[in-house]
Design a protein around this ligand. Structure first.
Ligand SMILES: *[C@@H]1O[C@H](CO)[C@@H](O)[C@H](O)[C@H]1NC(C)=O
Ligand SMILES: *[C@@H]1O[C@H](CO)[C@@H](O)[C@H](O)[C@H]1NC(C)=O
Length: 421
């Protein structure tokens, strides 16, 4: 292959760069001391301790809303929506839990609304609206707290593709909108995109679940050079669901493939190798393009493996974006600029690359992306609590005044959602 001069030059530069970068890698051992602090920016709040700043009451629901579902299908524990299960387990034994609802700041309803998998393991949210409705009916009749605020001091974990819009196709999700009964509650969800009907003000955006032990088992020595410039493994086209092309990833993944499949700086393929996690640790940039939804577990993997995430998903709202300085850590490329990806990435100055890598080496950044068992200080569970604590005290309009007309409409929504669960 006749490489352009520019590209040959780049490959040489990469070799130099990877030897520099391996020095950075070695310092990860001393990460906590040497990792760069982002003074004056929100990055500092990652180390906040939520204990003592909020009290959460966990409703005791019949196990058919939670534990029974996992017993029936244990795959729910490892798929990317498993945060709904682990958050429940975490709260049960967390010091922020109170058994006295009178002193609670927040109420949590443990419903595993996405633990309903097809034989292939795809979570389908079609029963979720009925299940949620049934759970809310139950808590609002057994306890007085729902009616007092119509859910405004309640939070729900809804990690599905488009959160509480409960559909995996964006157009359908938009048409449905957020489940009417959840419209006053705080939603803890993976989906985040600006100005989108499925993300309301005040929601907490979280990372998808990626298995921490499995990732840990694939760590390579920190001095391993980063000899791959750009890395990506995953679908470029979804022929089954989008045979004409253009809808899937709004064409962005197809464009990555069409423009860069023969570019020696790009290590991209639709084949998932067994060395996937190791390869990310040998890469400088990891592409995180949108798929059907704007987010994917690649972002978590990139951060944990110290590979600079290249985010291609216009207007995405990233996890804990009020606490993590994503602009400084990652690279954001507009969907319409995908064809220029090589120029964009090769023109980033080396000092900027090294700074992003130092920020990524900060253990608090990695910790915030993970849901470890047992929980650890600063992990994603703690960031969710920090997010809830930052919303306190509740404003006056959270509680309905005596005689005030109720705001939620129990009979709106598609007829199918109103059937009993
Ligand atoms: C809450 O309000 C509903 C009607 O909107 C009522 O049926 C229910 O009994 C109330 N719950 C409590 C605990 O009073
Ligand atoms: C609730 O929604 C239903 C269906 O959209 C509508 O017919 C009804 O009038 C609404 N009720 C109130 C009190 O707004």
């Amino acid at each position: 292959m006749a490489l352009k001069w520019e590209k040959r030059c780049w490959i040489f530069f990469l070799l130099l760069l990877s030897s520099c970068l391996s020095v950075t890698g070695a310092s990860e051992v001393e990460g906590r001391r040497r990792a760069e602090r982002i003074s004056g920016s929100a990055g500092d709040v990652l180390e906040d301790n939520p204990v003592g700043r909020l009290k959460v009451f966990v409703y005791d629901l019949p196990s058919k809303y939670n534990k029974k579902l996992v017993e029936k299908d244990p795959r729910c524990l490892t798929h990317m929506f498993a945060a709904e299960i682990f958050m429940h387990r975490f709260l049960i034994s967390s010091p922020v839990r109170t058994l006295d609802p009178e002193e609670a700041d927040w109420f949590y309803t443990p419903v595993y609304a996405t633990c309903d998998l097809t034989p292939n393991g795809l979570p389908l949210p079609f029963k979720s609206p009925r299940m949620m409705r049934s759970a809310i009916q139950l808590i609002s009749s057994k306890w007085p707290y729902w009616n007092r605020s119509e859910g405004a001091d309640h939070f729900f974990v809804v990690p599905h593709d488009f959160g509480a819009c409960f559909h995996y196709q964006e157009a359908k999700a938009i048409e449905r909108g957020i489940l009417p009964l959840l419209q006053r509650s705080t939603l803890v969800q993976t989906f985040g995109q600006m100005n989108h009907v499925c993300l309301k003000d005040g929601s907490i955006t979280i990372p998808p679940y990626a298995p921490p032990q499995k990732m840990h088992a694939h760590l390579v020595p920190p001095e391993t050079p980063r000899s791959i410039f750009v890395y990506f493994r995953g679908l470029f086209y979804d022929d089954n669901n989008d045979p004409q092309g253009g809808y899937y990833a709004r064409g962005a993944r197809a464009s990555v493939w069409e423009n860069f499949r023969n570019n020696p700086l790009f290590d991209i393929s639709s084949e998932h190798p067994i060395t996937y996690y190791e390869d990310m640790q040998r890469s400088i940039f990891c592409l995180c393009p949108l798929g059907w939804a704007p987010w994917s577990p690649r972002l978590v993997e990139a951060v944990v493996f110290g590979c600079i995430p290249v985010i291609i998903a216009d207007e995405i709202v990233l996890p804990f974006s009020d606490a993590i300085p994503w602009e400084e850590i990652g690279v954001f490329v507009l969907e319409e600029d995908v064809a220029k990806l090589d120029q964009i990435l090769t023109s980033i100055p080396i000092e900027v690359i090294l700074r992003k890598q130092r920020l990524l080496a900060n253990p608090s950044m990695k910790q915030a992306m993970l849901f470890p068992q047992p929980a650890q200080p600063g992990d994603a569970f703690h960031q969710i609590l920090n997010g809830l604590a930052r919303k306190l005290p509740h404003s006056d309009n959270v509680y309905l005044r005596d005689g005030e007309r109720k705001k939620l409409n129990w009979t709106s929504g598609p007829a199918g959602d109103l059937k009993p669960w």
